[in-house]
Design a protein around this ligand. Structure first.
Ligand SMILES: *Cc1c(COP(=O)(O)O)cnc(C)c1O
Length: 408
């Protein structure tokens, strides 16, 4: 038997079934008319962001990295609760334009920005988080051609990373950001040219559950920003401190202690060096805001035995939930939190493998899981599906097409 990840708080049984926002999964399926289905809870997102704000210092702004979940109703809802949106492509720029979000509160990071993307962002008044000196110069040329002063910030590739994070995005050779030692000279160069200087972006990693690691990282980010600001001498209007707040996916994972992170940051903010006193500070978070508020629901279409093991074959799979299958940045495959949604209050009775409908051995949703007895027609729930689910899975693979999505 392999353990399942922890089911997030806020999901109850109603009439024996999993209920999301008070509605049973059967009712939700009826409403959507199609399986598989992602269900996102508006109430849980609201609550999560409220709790986070209460834990963090008042002066800290919170941005949403929309790549975690850009389903339009989710994006619209989150955008009413955060201070800014972070995008990473021209396509995501179109999404934030489509919901009418204030574009001066949008920043655009990501390597390999095309000229057309730089142009669209500059014209819209979006802040560019520059990923290279070359990109900085291209942005200045495009700004001049458009007659628009570009809003520019520099993404720093720091000389440290986020300890214990699932995905490292800084420290050592990386395609992201500009090596810290080169930043002061480039900052002076672009400020002397014609730009609206927005400051620095320092993102070091993702999916950290250790408060100690996050506190240590934030201290280093503030020190590095102060040092660069000293060297560059151009001021620091804004500092995007990155994020990296993780959520528990696997057995043994404990939630991040945001109270401890907030208290440590409050202390830092009360003793800032003189050259950061007037800086506006931002966190940019994706999965922490929306990940636990989403559930992926898929129906069992077959049940079979093979050499002594039981397989529940569903109509979903890795084409919607790549991360749960263990093929999105994980080394060892572990089980996400999974349940039989139509028998949510039943006791586990048997060991089963839950798989998807794709003709590849990679398509697994739970291995050797201890679950209630279930059959064809029952619904499987995969939790922690609110981030990097639909938006990060190969929905065209094998012609299966995307899942439905609803925000309730
Ligand atoms: C992906 C990404 C994020 C969001 O990461 P999460 O782990 O979802 O919080 C934030 N900032 C940048 C630059 C990113 O690339």
């Amino acid at each position: 038997m392999k353990p399942l990840g922890p089911v997030p708080a806020g999901f109850d049984a109603v009439k024996g079934e999993l209920a999301i926002g008070g509605q049973t999964v059967s009712a939700l399926f009826e409403q959507a008319g199609k399986t598989p289905l992602f269900v996102y809870s508006q109430e849980q997102i609201t609550q999560r962001i409220g709790d986070l704000r209460r834990a963090m210092p008042d002066r800290l702004r919170i941005n949403y990295a929309i790549k975690a979940n850009s389903f339009r109703p989710v994006l619209e809802h989150v955008s009413t609760l955060v201070d800014g949106l972070d995008i990473a492509s021209g396509g995501e720029l179109e999404m934030v334009e489509a919901i009418g979000f204030h574009l001066s509160k949008v920043s655009f990071a990501g390597p390999g920005k095309r000229d057309s993307e730089l142009e669209a962002a500059i014209a819209a008044g979006v802040t560019l988080n520059l990923e290279s000196a070359n990109e900085a110069r291209r942005a200045l040329v495009i700004g001049e051609r458009l007659g628009t002063t570009p809003r520019l910030a520099i993404r720093v590739n720091p000389d440290f990373d986020l300890k214990g994070s699932g995905m490292k995005m800084g420290g050592g050779p990386k395609p992201f950001g500009i090596d810290a030692s080169q930043v002061p000279a480039l900052a002076r160069e672009i400020v002397e040219a014609d730009c609206e200087w927005r400051g620095l972006h320092i993102f070091t990693g993702s999916q950290a559950l250790s408060a100690e690691a996050v506190i240590d990282m934030q201290a280093k980010v503030l020190e590095l920003a102060a040092r660069i600001n000293d060297d560059a001498g151009v001021g620091l209007p804004k500092l995007n401190m990155g994020g990296g707040f993780g959520i528990p996916y696997f057995a043994g994972d404990e939630p991040l202690d945001i109270a401890a992170v907030g208290a440590a940051l409050e202390e830092r903010f009360s003793a800032l060096p003189a050259n950061l006193q007037d800086t506006e500070f931002f966190l940019e978070l994706g999965r922490y805001l929306v990940g636990e508020a989403g559930v992926y629901l898929t129906r069992i279409v077959d049940r079979k035995e093979s050499y002594g093991e039981t397989y529940l074959v569903t109509d979903g799979g890795l084409h919607h939930q790549l991360a749960a299958s263990g093929n999105f940045g994980t080394v060892v495959r572990r089980n996400y939190p999974v349940a039989i949604a139509t028998r949510f209050d039943a006791e586990p009775q048997e060991e089963v493998n839950v798989v998807g409908c794709l003709c590849t051995p990679l398509d697994r949703l739970a291995d050797k899981a201890h679950l209630p007895r279930s059959d064809v027609g029952d619904i499987v729930a995969v939790f922690c599906a609110g981030a990097y689910g639909a938006s990060a899975s190969p929905s065209a693979f094998l012609g299966q097409g995307p899942a439905s999505e609803i925000l309730i």
